[in-house]
Design a protein around this ligand. Sequence first.
Ligand code: SF4
Ligand code: SF4
Length: 452
Amino acid sequence: MKLSSLCKGIRFPKPKYPNVPTEVVPIPSPSRVILPMLQHAGTPCVPCVEKGSQVKIGDVVGRPQDETGASVHASVSGEVTDIAQVYTSSGQKSPAVIISSDGKDTWADNIKTDAEYLEKAPSVLIDRIKDAAIMSSGTEAAPVITDLTLSQKPRGYHFATGLPIFKPLDTLVINCVDTEPYYGAAYRLMDDFFDDLEAGIRTVKIVTEATRFIMAVDVQHSVSNQVRDLTGQLEVAVRSVDGTRFPTGVHRVLLKELLDLEIPMPYGEPRDYGVSVLKVDSIIDIGRAAKHLKPQVEKVISVFGKGVHDQKLVRVRVGTPLKDVLAACGGLAGRPGKVIFGGPMMGMAQFDLNVPISKDTEAVYVQTMDEVVRSVNHPCINCGLCVKVCPVRLVPSQLSKYCENDQFQDAAALNLMNCIECGCCHYVCPAKRPMVHQFRYGKSQVMVRRMG
Ligand code: SF4
Ligand code: SF4
């Protein structure tokens, strides 16, 4: 299965919202954080503190059980008041460590700046990145360290010896294109956290064996002079892509646009081809980890939509309850409709405002009631619009009919598992068929049957 030669996708109209944010604003430290042990796709971490434990920012409160996870760190200083089951933003139940802040924001003693970080051995810097437990953003969050070090999965096996062949990393792409329209965060981060960005790029140049570094930027945002000078100095090629066309910021589609590289779907990975893609916020976190020994305890997220009073790019502690973030943005405006983690296309609607911000959260999108589109599941009229926009060349109309009628194996034979859940088909469908929901359900049913 190949991606189309050009990303088909969708162009969105320019946002008409007032107060489009132009700077990153830190929000007040929360009085309580909820730190789920499951902030990634994989096995949950295990709490390593007890009720009543005193912690400082950066102390480990949860340890991973395998390589799919990474430690969870305290994002405020204070007392562990509970270890309880909570719902995460993806709707899963997870154990969580709940910390009441003492209001002092004291950092752990081992967290200090190392001005000589560039003289350290690559293994030392790799350990710092591992210890910082940085997760990639988006739906399949995973520790970014796996994108920097040698692939765990062999590219193949030597025909004579049977030894595994690993593809070394030769290209590292820094993705500065927003995953969804209207986030507006990726290009702001480059300037607002310029020092950490510089430290991050210098660090990945030391710790990876890559020889080619590319920064992918959205054609609608100009790169500032300081970033242009930095990339010139560090030999990072700046390449523009059409970010106005969704889903260009999704890694698979970006690689097709940028390198004409097609990653086999559904289980192929860029690493199988010697390529890694890291989002710009991950590079910034890597810089902080290498230079300041700081773990990932905060996120910059975009809070936007007609349903929130003040649209902002906020710097927020991991574990902050959603209601505190909304309160810091002036609260809900108008008649609230949906609060979505992520964007309008691929986001996940929430049913509880106590859900915490996690390491993979990129945005909070708030709709008013009159903006909420209700799927009605009318019969397909075979207009073909969904086929026209699908960026991975599927036939969403047929897949939808199969999933609707519980014909999951037929849907799988038509490459259901290749669906990247971008939502383009649902967006254009005049019958407003709930296709993404059908595909998510269909995929889960295929997986259940495959596992026996
Ligand atoms: S949600 Fe899936 S089927 Fe629909 S357009 Fe996106 S990739 Fe294609
Ligand atoms: S866009 Fe909707 S109505 Fe048109 S072919 Fe696709 S599923 Fe059918």
